[in-house]
Design a protein around this ligand. Structure first.
Ligand code: MN
Length: 287
């Protein structure tokens, strides 16, 4: 199932070039009183809601997908966890870009492990990316990074690599937008709009094996990154297991699994076309 959040907080199922509006099922989410549980309530209850969504589908209003404003499929991620330099060729590229890294030593994920991005940076494909630093005025480069992203479906702690995929609610395309420079990753990658998630959530049962999928991104029609998750240094399973060794994972937590070689600058007016096998195209405008 391909689940989208769109327009004015609508919930939909993407069917070809249409969205079936199933927002009515969200009325079945439990009423809560303060303090609210950590995480995303829709993702927490997604398995329980699936029969109601499927029952509603035949009579749900259908809207053309074109023209919908796609929001982040996860409304309230508790954490956005991300993997640095997790493709071998991207390490070489990062070293070659050392001047742009202002002396940052770039090493493998074994050394850096994972980092966190502010959840306030999350947007959907329809909201676009804001370039905060004018490169002409500041000399700062803002780069695209396309990554396979996943959403945790249930509370998880200390899960093994072998079992790691069992806690995944679904997969989506993640863009980990980054200002190059010396500051900590969490500073340079957490500006508003710097985490694009979408275009919709492909539930794990519909996605298959995440360890061998093509991913790519084009800027203004020119392909810049083109790789396969089989070249990850820390596999998808290892990213989840390692994240759960440090943090309790809650429903709606997002893990970005790292970007391959080919990162490059984006500028206002650019159009990004990202693609991950089994998820579909995602177009994002740069503002
Ligand atoms: Mn990244």
């Amino acid at each position: 199932m391909q689940l989208a959040r769109f327009d004015d907080q609508r919930l939909g199922v993407v069917l070809g070039d249409e969205i079936a509006d199933v927002t009515a099922v969200t009325e079945q989410l439990p009423m809560r009183s303060w303090p609210f549980p950590a995480g995303d309530e829709l993702i927490r209850h997604l398995d329980a809601l699936r029969p109601a969504i499927e029952a509603l589908l035949p009579k749900a209003p259908r809207l053309p997908l074109a023209g919908r404003k796609l929001l982040s499929p996860v409304a309230n991620p508790g954490k956005v966890i991300a993997a640095p330099v997790n493709y071998r060729k991207h390490i070489e590229e990062s070293r070659a870009d050392a001047g742009i890294h202002f002396g940052n030593e770039v090493s493998a994920i074994d050394r850096y492990a994972l980092f966190l991005k502010a959840t306030s940076s999350v947007v959907g494909a329809g909201e676009g990316i804001q370039v905060h630093h004018d490169p002409e005025a500041t000399g700062r480069r803002t780069d695209h990074e396309v990554e396979l992203a996943l959403v945790i479906g249930r509370e998880t702690r200390h899960i093994s690599e072998q079992d790691a995929l069992s806690c995944v609610a679904g997969y989506l395309i993640g863009l980990d937008i980054t200002i190059r420079g010396t500051e900590d990753r969490s500073w340079r990658k957490s500006l508003d709009t710097f985490t694009v998630l979408g275009p919709w959530l492909v539930t794990a049962d519909a996605f298959g094996n995440p360890e061998s999928v093509d991913l790519r991104i084009a800027v203004n029609g020119q392909v810049k990154q083109d790789a396969n998750t089989r070249d990850l240094i820390w596999s998808v399973r290892r990213c989840i297991a390692m994240a759960s060794s440090a943090y309790t994972l809650h429903p709606g937590d997002v893990i970005l699994t790292g970007t391959p070689e080919g990162v490059g600058p984006i500028a206002r007016g650019d159009v990004l076309d990202a693609f991950i096998e089994g998820i579909g195209p995602m177009q994002v405008a740069v503002r």
